[in-house]
Design a protein around this ligand. Sequence first.
Ligand code: ATR
Length: 264
Amino acid sequence: MTDRYAVFGHPIGHSKSPRIYAEFARQTGQDLSYEAIEAPLDGFATSVLAFRAAGGRGANVTVPFKEQAYVLATERSERADAAGAANTLTFDGDAILADNTDGTGLVNDLVGNLGVDPAGRRILLLGAGGAARGVGLPLMARRPAELYIANRTAYKARELSARFDCYGGGFDALEGRRFDLVINATAASLAGDLPPLPDDIFADGALAYDMMYGRDTPFLAFARARGVRTADGLGMLVEQAAEAFRLWRGVQPQTAPVIALLRD
Ligand code: ATR
């Protein structure tokens, strides 16, 4: 019997997830279906529980429901606890298991696709919202030389850094500092804005990584103009899906061909 999965979000029309999972299923010979479901803003739990009642085996969750997914769960992984949010739910009888594969997806993209291991590197994480919270634990687990969280509202960066046992503050504290890996997890790109970075923030050989995908962002343009290598978040999107697929199906799909397919 075909096993059903879905992604829940609002809006969800633009989601690439059904395509990604269709490719993973084809590659690995898994018999599953995967659909995109737009839950009403005030009806996330009802939608998810209806999907489970109709035979759903698991769900991905995206904006703006990741925190609600975490609360809805009956059991939570350490990664979900660290993020305070879940992007992956697994239904097991009455239990709902919550996990968060975003940070692992980012790390796997960095290490596996981009050849940039966070280990030993000086990392600057921009933003202290949900996107940043989702990646702190897996980044710290790679033992960087340093992880610094910078945010427009400085106290939020300090709060988040305490959670991950690293450092954090406002953008003004970045003056005179250099980093090997700068990750943009702010929502600034959405508004076409550039976080206020000092001109010489990038160390030699640095990578600028924007978690956004599908458009050029002021942050990536800022990096390119300084001769810095750049990457967008498409690899992370595919890698977080691969990690969820592995949790659900027990098999590891190949990500590189799917990333290449979506780039086209
Ligand atoms: P998400 O879940 O996508 O992280 P969020 O929780 O609303 O969304 O957080 C948005 C993040 O982007 C925050 O870190 C926010 O900074 P503040 O905490 O100071 O609000 C950051 N952000 C949004 N617009 C920004 C901009 N124009 N410049 C810099 N940072 C911005």
